[in-house]
Design a protein around this ligand. Structure first.
Ligand code: CMX
Length: 138
């Protein structure tokens, strides 16, 4: 079973403009900022206990985050669960008929492997499954 909430993703128009609230008002520590080319997003991770908050800013008009912002505005975008074996879990979900956005793991932020469950199969919530890859920074 999943180990913990890896992170909660929040879609923002601008990381630069959003960060001060998370750092100075909420008092969270910034871990890192990274561009994820495969997803056409820039992300910022802030630690909170064992989990993190991920701010997502679109880098292109084709980014899923751009579409989300245009349709719904800023707000919670996804919940990411940390799993041990991503391939195994995806196969299991596929066999159960759960709609997956990608059946094969893809490259995520911080050298992780990720996959998404379609929100229509999960009560309107976009779930990401993520596997921490050894050697990447925690
Ligand atoms: N949470 C919940 N529901 C969502 C959603 C989200 N984040 N994004 C879209 N939806 C819903 C929409 O409200 C819509 O519902 P209705 O049909 O009831 O109106 C439905 O899903 C389809 O939405 P859409 O706007 O037409 O968008 P698409 O189908 O083109 O894309 C999705 C939606 C989830 C398939 C797409 O965003 C996707 O592939 N996401 C996975 C990749 C991703 O999000 N990458 C960014 C994060 C990267 C990272 O963390 O590194």
């Amino acid at each position: 079973s999943p180990k913990k909430i890896s992170h909660i993703g929040i879609a923002v128009e601008s990381i630069d403009q959003s960060l001060p609230f998370y750092e100075h008002m909420l008092g969270l520590a910034l871990d890192m900022v990274e561009e994820v080319d495969t997803e056409k997003v820039k992300v910022a991770f802030l630690s909170i206990g064992e989990s993190r908050i991920e701010l997502l800013e679109p880098l292109s008009e084709e980014s899923a985050i751009r579409k989300f912002l245009n349709k719904k505005g800023e707000g919670i975008h996804h919940i990411a669960l940390e799993v041990d074996s991503l391939e195994e879990r995806l196969l299991q979900l596929k066999n159960e008929g759960v709609p997956l956005l990608n059946e094969e793991p893809k490259q995520g932020a911080n050298n992780s492997q990720i996959a998404f469950i379609h929100p229509k199969g999960a009560n309107g919530v976009l779930f990401e499954l993520t596997k921490h890859v050894k050697g990447s920074e925690e």
